[in-house]
Design a protein around this ligand. Sequence first.
Ligand code: ZN
Length: 148
Amino acid sequence: MSATRSLYEQVILDHNRNPRNYGEPAESQLQVEGVNPLCGDAFILFANLDGDTLSDIRFSGHGCAISKASASLMTTLVKGQSKEEALRLFHLFHDMLQSDIQIPLDEEALGKLMVFAGVREYPMRIKCAMLPWHALHELLYKDTTIQA
Ligand code: ZN
């Protein structure tokens, strides 16, 4: 196992153990459920929009380490960002997970999303990693036409 890969796994474990932005807020403008019955992942996303900015985003629920860490990382990346930026990150993450494992990734463009690059080796896990992002997409655009 490479040092980089080991580092990525540590980041996933850390987000799973200490999920960021976890817990149901007192009130939120928007909320949506994300469920992956194949794995048993079930989360609820809560968000507030200030104009076009995601001023707050939190999540609650439970799932496997991959889905929970993905939800945690996702909230840290999109909080305070515009809807357009959140959508850009959604597509970046989606395209990375769908990409051929043999093709090198643009690590600079992907940034922290690279943490989940190894998930491509486990097709069942791709749905787990995408679940929070699909929920985010639905929350912002009420549209789930793009599937993992
Ligand atoms: Zn899962």
